[in-house]
Design a protein around this ligand. Structure first.
Ligand SMILES: Cc1ncc(COP(=O)(O)O)c(C=O)c1O
Length: 372
């Protein structure tokens, strides 16, 4: 039985939410309505669109538990927000940034590009200490300005203790940046508890939205530390006063939105988030983790499979990675694709990422399709 919001094509088993998710039915409806409105009325309903934008900021504020909706900027994607931070901070030659050697390229190459300014990017081997957090802390010294980390690692499912890292950063006067794309919409997130300065995520994974619209959280104090790298009418205070001369920078996170908003994406993402928030993130997280546990148990029960995700870790995520002892990951991936199991090839193996709405019947079916 399919969840009524996910009437996916009958042959598909969709276990790829850590890559690109399918849209809920309500999101398709919202986009169709928006398209129809544009066709019939153009932008006559622009005030309604602005209201939708405000609603989305509040939804994202709720998802992050941000103190205020004005701390939320709507950006193109995670990479853009990471670039805002990397090129916004005032670096000095000799500064260093601590991260891990498991990061998605978006949270690596932008920092490496700062080597031209004499800034060093340090990659901790997260497996080489008592805890992954200790591996990060071991690389920190007096010149460390920032720790940047994915809250959940894309290729292993490793979930870091971001509250502990945030506390360490606070105590040592280090800025804290989180790529939260594998957390937001899957597990509960509390930006106040983890004391992050900067958090970013795109909407097309666990948040069930379209590509091309993401969230960028900054605390008011951290925001002031970022020099702006993009300019346009929309990031001025008094945005709609086009005779605004001289102008000043918008006091809120809107300063990172230089031009016209992605109104189509806003309608879509807002509809997707309404499903998650109606369901409740506590329930969503419970189901996501239950599905991951179910998959891990099924993988472990097959002698010809090897579970690569650490099932003993204190914190768990929605990502499960495994490999076949006889088949290459390429061969197994091709086989699963042929059998309509939508998943990904990541790290050493195959990544399954089930969302809250996937049923155990679907998970059983996917497991049965793996040859021994
Ligand atoms: C950890 C992580 N960060 C970032 C991204 C994608 O970045 P962007 O939103 O810029 O496309 C991915 C996509 O797989 C990811 O897994």
């Amino acid at each position: 039985m399919r969840h009524p919001e996910f009437p996916l094509s009958a042959e598909l088993i969709y276990l790829n939410h850590a890559a690109v998710a399918p849209w809920p039915k309500r999101t398709s409806t919202a986009v169709s309505k928006f398209a129809q409105q544009n066709t019939l009325y153009g932008s006559s309903c622009y005030l309604d669109w602005l209201q939708k934008e405000t609603q989305l900021r509040v939804q994202l504020q709720t998802l992050l538990n941000a103190p205020d909706a004005t701390d939320i900027a709507l950006v193109k994607n995670t990479s853009e927000a990471l670039s805002f931070v990397a090129y916004g901070l005032d670096w000095h030659s000799g500064d260093n940034i601590v991260s891990s050697n498991e990061e998605f390229p978006s949270n690596r190459i932008v920092w490496q590009s700062l080597s031209e300014l004499g800034v060093e990017f340090r990659e901790a081997d997260l497996a080489q200490a008592a805890t992954p957090e200790d591996a990060l802390f071991a690389l920190v010294d007096k010149q460390t300005r920032l720790i940047t980390i994915s809250s959940i690692q894309f290729a292993s499912g490793l979930r870091l203790d971001i509250d502990r890292i945030g506390q360490f950063c606070q105590q040592n006067n280090i800025l804290f940046c989180i790529d939260a794309i594998q957390s937001l919409g899957a597990v509960q997130f509390d930006v106040q508890k983890c004391q992050a300065d900067f958090v970013m995520a795109d909407g097309h994974k666990w948040m069930l939205g379209p590509e091309g619209l993401g969230v960028f959280y900054t605390s008011p104090a951290s925001r002031e530390k970022l020099k702006l790298t993009q300019y346009g009418w929309h990031m001025m205070d008094n945005t709609h006063n086009y005779e605004n001369k001289p102008w000043s920078i918008h006091p809120t996170a809107q300063r990172f939105e230089c031009g016209s908003p992605n109104t189509l994406g806003i309608h879509a993402l807002s509809a997707s988030l309404s499903l998650l928030l109606e369901t409740g993130m506590e329930t969503v997280e419970k189901q996501v983790l239950a599905n991951a546990r179910y998959l891990m148990a099924a993988i472990k029960s097959r002698p010809y499979l090897q579970l690569l995700t650490d099932e003993t870790a204190k914190l768990q995520s929605g990502i499960v990675v495994f490999k076949h002892k006889q088949l290459s990951k390429e061969a197994l991936y091709a086989h699963l694709q042929k059998n309509h199991v939508v998943c990904a090839m990541r790290g050493e193996g195959i990544r399954f990422s089930a969302h809250f709405y996937n049923s155990t019947q679907e998970l059983d079916k996917a497991m049965l399709l793996i040859p021994d």
